[in-house]
Design a protein around this ligand. Structure first.
Ligand code: UN1
Length: 528
């Protein structure tokens, strides 16, 4: 262990570049093996109505870094267990609402404290579970803690969203209140298993809903750790329930008539299916807050600082192996700077160390599973069939790499402009390069995808920046960031609203408009 107390170590965010994290690394050198030996391979039951539940098929989740290692034994909640979880949430919901927002906010802050107390363990678990680098894993847990505190602060700053309205006459008094829906299902993906899970869940909870939370079947370890933090904070039984499992458990949850709203982060196909079925397929519409991926463009103009552009592009394209909905997956480069930019980008990408992300200087771990590797191989084959030139493109083998799916950061140039690889989300470390001579034309081509989550630009010219800000069709815009072309949104600093196929609403997460979406409005007029 380090001589510095863990609480005094500097905070890691996604935007750190070049700070001294030697103390953090020294601490992680001790925490990661400890978590590996103490917290992996255990029985991790679900939690329903304040009791552990093993109702459903048990399954082992493999560690993507080394599939021979089991993260633990989890339970794919049966339809009966899902029903029990929804019923438990429903029973708990009224008291939770009546507890009042001040007490819910105080309990949420205790959840944040409980998470902060185990942040290094949780980051190590996340690293082992997802195969993300040390910095990505710690950044995610810090983001998760900040998300809880940010949303708690929003509830407080808005006085619980209760406001007096105008009076028609002196004897009439009207108040506007936002009230919870009842029971929210929260369905989370594998890639940010801590931040996305708690971000959605705590919002539903602070708003006064009870929650049934289904983590990704690959992320039950941090899912259960979050459950334990909520328990440590002292939330009443049944207010927050954990049901692990895959598509079948998810379908039972989405199909349950006792669920009043769904917060979902994941693929476009699944999000839209939830919207069409659960959202508008019943007797009345129900809220679906879905964040559904992206094909995020970056523009590098002739006025760009190319060193910054290459650094930011490489981080956003290849950080977490490209498995972010915010990943930069297509770059438009001005003809005049194409060669120099590509040279710098390729040099950065090939300098990244790929391997066991428990190592200090490893930037890329494995992709999540065999299916992701198959998708990678298919994309490389398609690019090569289309006659493009490919930097990277290989699946790595030998040693540990025979026991996980390790692939190279891949840059593809020379694809036809209408190629599907420029349009489809791959969720891989796979970047396609397109060129342009006029920025307005490039932005039009970048916009012509079904998604609209994030977009980035590198340009010193103010006119170019203005054109980008005015015409890029995405909810999160970034300019000239070395820390990430399209990634790295932080609670209260950026917001995260998916436009078009990237989201179901007009308001995003991480910002001031998120929380109200977990509530419905009521006006109350009383004659005095
Ligand atoms: C995701 O990209 O899947 O902005 C979630 C970012 C992070 C993660 C967002 N806050 O890159």
């Amino acid at each position: 262990m380090t001589s510095i107390a863990p609480g005094a170590l500097p905070r890691v965010t996604y935007s750190n570049t070049g700070e001294d994290f030697s103390g953090v690394h020294a601490h992680l050198d001790a925490v990661i093996p400890d978590v590996r030996s103490r917290l992996l391979g255990l029985d991790r039951p679900n939690r329903i109505g304040g009791a552990d539940s093993r109702d459903g098929d048990a399954f082992d989740a493999p560690c993507p870094i080394d599939r021979r290692v089991s993260l633990g034994r989890f339970v794919a909640a049966s339809p009966a267990a899902v029903d029990a979880a929804v019923s438990a949430a429903r029973r708990a919901a009224d008291d939770w609402r009546r507890l009042g927002w001040e007490r819910r906010v105080a309990l949420a802050r205790k959840v944040a404290d409980a998470m902060e107390a185990v942040k290094f363990e949780m980051a190590a678990a996340c690293l082992l579970e997802v195969g993300k680098s040390r910095m990505e894993a710690l950044g995610e847990v810090e983001e998760a803690v900040d998300l809880v505190r940010f949303y708690a602060g929003e509830m407080e700053a808005n006085g619980g969203y209760e406001k007096p309205l105008l009076r028609a006459n002196p004897k009439e008094e009207t108040r506007d209140v936002l009230r919870p829906f009842g029971v929210f299902a929260v369905i989370a993906p594998f890639n940010f298993p801590v931040a996305l899970s708690i971000g959605m869940s705590i919002s539903a909870l602070i708003a006064g809903n009870a929650v049934v939370f289904k983590p990704s079947p690959m992320a039950g370890l941090t899912g259960r750790m979050l459950m334990d933090c909520v328990m440590a904070a002292g939330l009443p039984d049944g207010v927050f329930n954990l049901v692990c499992g895959g598509a079948e458990t998810g379908a039972a949850l989405v199909g349950h008539s006792g669920v009043d709203g769904i917060a979902f982060t994941g693929s476009h196909a699944v999000g839209m299916a939830i919207m069409r079925g659960f959202g508008v397929g019943g007797r009345h519409a129900k809220p679906v807050l879905a964040e559904m991926g992206g094909k995020n463009p970056t523009y590098v103009t002739a006025s760009a600082d190319l060193a910054t552009a290459a650094a930011g592009m490489a981080r956003s394209a290849f950080g977490l192996q490209g498995q972010k909905c915010s990943a930069g997956s297509v770059v438009f480069v001005h003809d005049a700077v194409r060669d120099e930019f590509l040279e710098r980008l390729a040099a950065t990408a090939t300098s990244f160390r790929i391997g066991d992300p428990a190592g200090r200087d490893v930037f890329m771990g494995p992709v999540i599973n065999r299916a992701a590797r198959d998708r990678f191989e298919a994309a490389v084959a398609a690019a090569s069939a289309a006659g493009s030139s490919i930097i990277g493109g290989r699946v790595l083998s030998g040693g540990l790499r025979d026991h996980g799916d390790y692939v190279e950061p891949t840059i593809v140039t020379g694809l036809p402009d209408d190629h599907a690889l420029h349009r489809d989300e791959l969720f891989l470390p796979f970047l396609t390069v397109r060129t342009f001579s006029a920025l307005d034309d490039a932005i039009r081509r970048g916009n012509a995808v079904p998604y609209g989550l994030t977009a980035g630009i590198y340009a010193q010219d103010e006119v170019e920046l203005d054109l980008f800000l005015d015409t890029a069709e995405a909810g999160v815009l970034y300019a000239n960031r070395a820390s990430g072309a399209t990634t790295g949104a932080w609670p209260g600093i950026q917001t995260f609203c998916g436009w078009k196929g990237s989201g179901t609403g007009s308001k995003g997460g991480l910002g001031t408009w998120y929380l109200p979406q977990f509530m419905r409005e009521q006006s109350r007029t009383i004659m005095r």
